[in-house]
Write a protein that binds this ligand. Sequence first.
Ligand code: UT7
Length: 333
Amino acid sequence: MTRSKFLGFGHYVPTKVVTNDDLAQMFDTSDEWIQKRTGIKERRFIEHAGIGPSDLAVPAVKMACENAGVTVEQIDAIIFATLSPDHDFPGSGCFLADKLGLPGVPALDVRNQCSGFLYSLQIADAWIRCGMYRRVLIVGAEVHSTGIDLSDKGRDVAVLFGDGAACALLGPTDEGEEPGVIDVEVHADGAGAKLLWIEAPASSQMPRITHEMIDEGKIWPAMNGKQVFRWATTKLPEVIHSVLGRNHLSMSDIDLFVPHQANRRINEFVCQKLEFPSDKVVHNIERYGNTTAASIPLGLSEAIEEGRVQKGDSVLFAAFGAGFTWGAALVRL
Ligand code: UT7
């Protein structure tokens, strides 16, 4: 049976570095508070208005194609995961397809926030297994910097997020070859939907946006940080145990763990609970903050570049985020 494997990874982050001290010039916070509570030292913001996630994705895709040894024209389908799409509609996948010069190639947007890359991976894997498409591009890209409240009121959320893009190109395994994507498990629980969300604009309101909504700050992300933290530290070990158990594997079989980068404390807590050594974990939150759908492919793409993983290594992904949504995946490079 045909399974799917990774052909190449790519990433791109904007050049503008925003340090914690830079944020402390804008609102009441400090480098000490941010580092202690989150592990973040700096993040990237787009250099100027007019740059969307589909723009950040273009160099990432070119890098992935180069690493895979395929041309952009050989991409059969695009899955674009983002919570900060270029526009409400159409999807960022359509904008990206146009920027890559791929007319007619199907493009699907996935709106599953921090778990977006895992949901996309599951879809791409299923498409390849059933023979629907051969080369599927999965992208995670975000421009958060234009959508956070950079004032005292929004400081709990504003310090966390950064802009960036990363992607993976998947293709079918050859006959007799081991699968690259071994298993992907994803979940959602809408009971937590309003614990991390943006209230407006909303199609359930008439009109969808008013001056009052803007004045009341309903256009900015709102989060109950403590609840998100609690859910994340419960659900992540649970889903990791589930995916490992189903495949008769344990953490000692894993060469590299690439968790979503929401808060370094969350990931350290999870590794402690799983008794997983810290030198086998990717942490890049200190340099990029939370890049949501981009964080997992960004982490792995950099780890490959740094030579931290080799072909044939077993890699574990895990993510938790808004929705709530969460999941884990086991892959072999
Ligand atoms: O991808 C999923 C997305 N999000 C997450 O996974 C986030 C999960 N949650 C977290 O990471 C943490 O809850 C935060 C880092 C967001 C906050 O850490 P915390 O330890 O839960 O802090 P807190 O919200 O309880 O706030 C503690 C204090 C408060 O002051 P008082 O009431 O003790 O006087 C806040 O007002 O820290 C204050 N505070 C800040 N101070 C400086 C909140 N944000 C900031 C800030 N700078 N940026």
